[in-house]
Design a binder for this molecule. Structure first.
Ligand code: SF4
Length: 497
């Protein structure tokens, strides 16, 4: 799911951190068959994890990452194909790198956009030399061998054609799922890291193209997740963010008793140094009081509940085929608040779904005011070809969708400010992630001669929620108790007790 507030987005484009590079002077010269590659990641945290896997596979094949497009022999864009804004961002980046490409340099489109629109990418962006889908980590090493060659090669049970210069190499969009989860070293470059726990989704929400791109739900083996978690913990990571389309479904496809509860319990037991285990996203349809009680009892579960509801009006939920009843969801939210009183609860809504009448939108507004979420994301409905809602009548004009989005966000901003201001005078544990050298943050009346540190509390998921500014220099990766002095609708300011 995507960012909705520019100001908190730390970096729209995420490229692999500098610490992973071996600097190279003479870019463009291929030493032996080593290739210098640059990975540009778009879209969601799951793509971040995929790009890290891609880097590890290419390094294992003897190639070297570089941290700028100019220094690379091969430019790789790990694209997003989710909704319009995200697709456009990926297309713009491919075009940009395509236009900057120098002779002999290659451009590769990987990920969801090329998985979903191989024909269009091939036709509309001729600068692309190689295209692959979401299994890029499996295809790229062979592709780099093939680029510029005249020999056919073999990958698993797929023959890889030769790719004379200037021609487009395309792998079949989906390769046979042999070993879905590669064993890859996890670097972990900071106090927080993502772990992808599954791929695909079994739901059929009428507005969503993910099942088209990613296929059915398949869980990553628990042993593999534990191995990644131990590696990350050994590198100083304190918080892991478990990501998937529906983390509540984790393990169910294995039919061996594995579940999100068994995963979280195993992480708490076997990797206790991972102090915060944050879970993105809970599907409202899978919640029960027992499930919530079990989650709340796990010591390292980070009290943060991301529960994308998408809407609350029964008719809209039916047309979205969301499968959950709002009355039951209200009970589950109340139960979360009861068993995890300090938890932050976040949700996401889509406004302007086909046929959304003013009354249904007003119902959503009124419900949101009553329910008072700590964090809220709002997206305009995006017509996605191949989804059943794209065929629905009464498509809502963009201007109306935008108006409704702004109206709902404005209401939430007031609610967030009230909730945040109630935190003044309290003490929160804050994970320190960096520093801010300004003597006084631009919206704070408190100055600090020795600068500020930047961190997050358990109430803030990385890249989507707010930050906590802490007076003075604190050690990156430490979790410190911070007394809160000031609050804005999204951020907090305080000092270490
Ligand atoms: S639960 Fe629905 S919205 Fe979420 S990924 Fe699955 S189909 Fe898409």
């Amino acid at each position: 799911m995507l960012y909705e507030r520019e100001r908190v987005v730390r970096s729209a484009t995420r490229s692999i951190p500098a610490s992973c590079y071996t600097p190279h002077e003479n870019s463009g010269q291929v030493e032996g068959d080593m290739v210098r590659f640059y990975i540009d990641t778009r879209g969601c945290p799951k793509n971040t994890v995929d790009s890290e896997a891609l880097q590890a596979v290419l390094q294992a094949a003897g190639h070297a990452p570089v941290n700028s497009p100019a220094a690379a022999d091969v430019l790789i864009v790990n694209t997003c194909g989710f909704i319009d804004v995200a697709k456009q961002e990926s297309i713009d980046r491919l075009l940009e790198l395509g236009q900057q490409k120098r002779p002999g340099q290659r451009l590769i489109a990987a990920g969801c956009l090329s998985q979903r629109y191989p024909e269009e990418v091939a036709a509309d962006i001729p600068e692309v030399d190689f295209m692959t889908g979401i299994d890029a980590w499996r295809t790229l090493p062979a592709a780099l061998e093939q680029l510029g060659t005249t020999q056919t090669a073999q990958l698993d049970d797929v023959s890889v054609p030769a790719v004379p210069s200037g021609s487009l190499l395309r792998f079949p969009a989906t390769l046979p799922v042999l070993n879905q989860w590669p064993e890859l070293p996890r670097k972990g470059t900071g106090p927080t890291a993502y772990i992808k726990i599954s791929e695909g989704c079994n739901y059929g929400c009428t507005f969503c193209a993910i099942p088209v791109m990613k296929g059915l739900y398949r869980s990553k083996p628990l042993s593999r997740i534990l191995q990644e978690a131990k590696e990350l913990a050994s590198r100083g990571v304190k918080e892991v963010v478990l990501v998937s389309q529906d983390s509540t479904a984790y393990g169910l496809d294995m039919r061996n008793g594995t579940s999100l509860i068994t995963l979280l319990s195993a992480l708490a037991e076997e990797v206790p140094s991972l102090l915060w285990v944050r879970v993105l996203y809970f599907h409202p349809d899978r919640l029960t009081h027992q499930f919530i009680d079990q989650i709340a009892a796990i010591p390292t579960f980070c009290p943060y509940v991301d529960l994308p509801l998408q809407h609350v009006h029964p008719d809209i939920l039916r047309r979205m085929r969301r499968g959950h009843l709002i009355e039951r969801t209200e009970e589950h939210i109340a139960h979360f608040r009861e068993v995890l009183p300090h938890a932050a609860i976040r949700t996401t809504f889509i406004v302007g779904f086909p046929g959304e009448r003013r009354a249904e939108f007003e119902f959503l507004l009124e419900w949101t005011q009553r329910r008072r979420f700590d964090r809220l994301g709002v997206f305009c409905y995006s017509l996605e070809e191949g989804t059943s809602s794209a065929e629905m009548a009464d498509q809502v004009p963009l201007v109306t969708r935008e108006h409704r989005r702004k109206k709902l966000l404005a209401i939430q901003e007031k609610i967030s400010l009230e909730i945040q201001q109630r935190l003044i005078g309290t003490t929160l544990d804050v994970l320190i992630e960096g520093s801010d050298d300004q003597s006084r943050p631009r919206y704070s009346k408190h100055a600090s001669q020795d600068g500020w540190s930047v961190g997050r509390s358990t109430r803030d998921a990385p890249e989507v929620d707010g930050i906590v500014l802490v007076r003075g220099r604190q050690r990156i990766g430490s979790i410190v108790p911070v007394r809160i002095h000031e609050a804005t609708a999204y951020d907090l300011i305080g000092e270490v007790l």
